[in-house]
Design a protein around this ligand. Sequence first.
Ligand code: IVH
Length: 674
Amino acid sequence: MSVDERLRELREKIHLYDHHYYVLAEPLISDFEYDQLLKELEKLEAENPHLISPDSPTQRVGKDLTKEFKPVTHQFPMLSLANTYNEEELLDFDRRVKEALGENETAEYVVEYKIDGASVSLNYVDGKLKTAATRGDGATGEEITQNVKTIKSVPLKLKNYPHAKYSLNNIEVRGEIFMDMEDFKLLNKEREEHGEKLFANPRNSSAGTLKLQDSRIVAKRPLKIFTYYLLSLQNELQKQSENLEFLAALGFRTNKDFQICKSIEEVLQVCKKFEEKRDALPFEIDGAVIKVNSIRQQNILGSIAKSPRWAVAFKFKAKQAVTLLKAITWQVGRTGAVTPVAELQPVFLAGSTISRATLHNIDEIKRKDIRVNDMVVLEKGGDVIPKIVSVLLEERKSDSLPTEPPQHCPVCNSVLYQPEDEVALYCENLECPAQVKGKLEHFASRTAMDIEGLGSALVDLFVEKNFLKNIADIYDLKLRREELIQIERLGEKSIDNLLSSIEKSKKQPFAKVLFAIGIRYVGSGVAKKLSDHFLSLENLQKASKEELTNVFEIGESIAESILQFFGDQKNILIIERLKQHGLNFSTEKKMVAENIFTDKSFVLTGSLENFSREEAGEKIIGFGGKVVSSVSKKTDFVLAGVAAGSKLEKAKSLGIKILSEQDFLKMLESVEQR
Ligand code: IVH
């Protein structure tokens, strides 16, 4: 046998054993025998490097770091699912499906687990894995091939190719990459031992792992995959259930627990059964996915905005746990708001150990009658921060203690202030260390200026050493390089990394800067809207209250807070310094081809069937239009949904063009098709 032949034989064998071990969970040989084969393959390849092929099992782990994750355009968009939370909403989904299909059709559904991981798209060309990509915005994702290749349950080569039922030379396979609960706990335990930051849940830990630059580390993480969909222009599959079977035949790992249902009542039963099974499964699911089984029917139903009309998610109720409330402490946030925090007996809930939960405000504590030493019910849904839902009154003991709000700031001791129409308490001392730290941490955080390395520990240290008094000081840190290096435990390398990420942050777009400077009520979504509308800080600063509230989804309190912010000379001085450091305080108008939306102003009223208002607004802005909240002579279109009220009347009286949802869909189609 020639070397080439032996190499091929070894690869085939190892692929087969991998498939049996990782996909089917039915090992064919012992670990020892497997290692012998792998060693032989490695040795032969080392001796004959010109014979190494990219689909060899030895090539799962790359040697180079991924410097940047390149954009990949999906051949088919990666849609997301609309959510349902109860029986009624599920019945509505069934009704919509039946209406759209017409009387002569009967719908059959497939119910699958909704795996709580990170979605991935795998592209196979001529039977070999070519690229793997994240979902991204659904149209374009990021290439993570190097990292995905390390996952042994992802085949590098299709099984039976090209002899399977359909010989498909270009396919996209969609699936979910995740970690089993036990593996996740072990990983976090190790991280704790090494003093590393813990992952909040298996999903974050999977998504985080997929974005690591070093695939050797990824290879050590226990990632797995379940695939649920194959897309190709060449396939003639008739059903989703066939699709799942075909994926398995090609060597993919699929979950066998899916069920075919003849009616929505049956679907509901299965959803309930899945929910009961939830805790017994080795991996996390956050719901069920219901799909119309017939692919012909799926095509009739099509998709609207970003979700298909032929599928829906049924989300399970948030998981709960019971624990002891040990104390209530008060925390000062970056805006000076003083909020109560529940200090809990640590308890494990939905992927992480929880020892603190927010209590929002004193009214909530009173309303729920939450007292120290009570046993409380905790809940955590998805990404949401854990909250206390109720108290187990039957377990209340004589030592339970009601709480009163503090009168002085727990950090700087200044007298707290309570605005007339608010329940929240505020520390008004702008130099209160808690506020200063909070503002700095927020500014540097990943969703704001994304300054890697400037986390809470370093912020605390720099504030204590008086290096940082406000956000503009961050950009002067480079003048203190020598001093910083002297600080024990920091060192030259980490300081240089920090300084270079500070410099890099200057490139963050205007919307991020606007979010980062921390105007009360201006979250990242609002900042984006303001940036799209006003295009520069200068314009925003000049805007009157009316101009502000006229922007889509900007209400009174946001407008007032913006005016107040710019009315404060201290803020203006800080912004001046940031400008001098070269941060972005303006944005270019998005370049979109001239179309019927360009520069037109829209008012939305009533409820739409196919979009949330938010989504409709995003579409309009995306195509160069504007969304304003009140009708005036300057309004170009009023998009009127069901139960539109006074705005519609006003538009009629002013003779403004009124669009039905159908009209709007046609307009969208006309620009989307270009
Ligand atoms: S189907 C149009 N099936 O849930 C089809 N998705 O918001 C969309 N997911 O992004 C996906 N398990 O990451 C589908 N059995 C399953 C799934 C599943 C988990 C994720 C997927 C998707 C998100 C839907």
